[in-house]
Design a protein around this ligand. Structure first.
Ligand SMILES: Cc1ncc(COP(=O)(O)O)c(C=O)c1O
Length: 299
């Protein structure tokens, strides 16, 4: 479903290489290394009640993603944090999505790009629910993706790098064409990996099971959910999960900054219930992302 307003024609300002520019003017040239060779890394962050949840972790990961792609972002994590906060404030939102992106510029246009300027931009917009809210409550339906997460020897799988999303877009398109909300990707070995923009968890006999993140992003939301589950005294088992096991799980949910905690009702022919543990973790997540002052005010 297309958003009503194209993303290059919105209101407000974008932080672009250290200055605020009007939204419509935040442009790059067609001869930009990142556009041709996917030499770009990004983050997806969410602000709740005016505070960006785990902002430092996200911006640290941005810097590390760039290093994995062999470039250095010319700003410290403190400067990136401040720029994110200022952009959020300038946009005037309290609940919003924050998208920093860093990329190689135009000085060299071959594969090698040692002399290219590294750029950084930060855009903030309102992005309420990544999935259709009605579908989300009932649990979303997942297809099996045809594409697999690559071997870490094939791609820098720990980087939130734009190039790694090529197979995600293709998998998500194929799933949506068949009426599903998203797709579950296996990894290069044929083990369960993650969705196209979120990590996955399963529930069986009161325990949480989730794949070991050895060739995909160990999401910040994933780690938050593991902490929340352990605080509830729930065992969390990180292990290799085979697709044959899907038939044995009772509940399933996916999680990520954009997706938050979203229950799953189907994966291909397998069915899951939106059970108590999934609902409890959805609620725990909504509570933990709120700034302390807002939580006190709401209590
Ligand atoms: C492919 C992929 N996996 C997992 C995640 C979850 O990561 P996080 O919880 O840090 O947002 C995301 C979202 O950023 C993603 O795009």
């Amino acid at each position: 479903m297309a958003d009503a307003q194209p993303f290059d024609q919105r209101e407000g300002v974008i932080w672009f290489d250290g200055a605020f520019v009007p939204w419509a003017d935040a442009k790059v040239h067609v001869l930009t290394h990142a556009l041709h060779y996917a030499s770009a890394v990004f983050e997806g962050e969410r602000a709740y009640g005016g505070r960006i949840f785990k902002m430092r972790e996200h911006n640290q990961r941005l810097i590390e993603s760039a290093r994995l792609l062999d470039f250095e972002i010319p700003y410290s994590v403190e400067e990136i944090d401040r720029a994110c906060e200022e952009t959020l404030a300038r946009q005037g939102f309290v609940d919003a999505y924050v998208r920093p992106i860093a990329w190689r510029g135009s000085e060299m246009m071959g594969v090698a790009a040692q002399n290219n300027t590294i750029h950084l931009a930060i855009a903030v917009w309102q992005w309420p629910s990544y999935f259709d809210p009605a579908q989300r409550l009932k649990g979303i339906r997942l297809d099996m993706a045809q594409w697999r997460r690559p071997d870490p020897k094939t791609a820098p799988s720990k980087a939130k790098a734009t190039g790694l999303y090529m197979i995600c877009t293709m998998s998500k398109h194929a799933a949506e064409r068949r009426g599903y909300a998203d797709a579950l990707m296996l990894d290069w070995r044929g083990q369960v990996a993650e969705c196209t923009g979120a990590n996955i968890f399963f529930v069986k006999d009161g325990k949480l099971h989730t794949p070991t993140p050895d060739c995909f992003l160990d999401g910040i939301t994933r780690r938050t959910v593991i902490d929340l589950a352990r605080k509830r005294g729930v065992d969390v088992v990180e292990r290799a999960i085979l697709p044959e096991e899907l038939a044995d799980f009772e509940q399933c949910f996916i999680c990520g900054t954009a997706a938050e905690v979203t229950p799953v009702s189907e994966i291909a022919e397998h069915r899951f219930v939106v059970g108590d543990l999934t609902q409890a973790l959805m609620n725990d997540y909504q509570a933990v992302v709120q700034p302390a002052e807002a939580a006190v005010a709401a209590a």
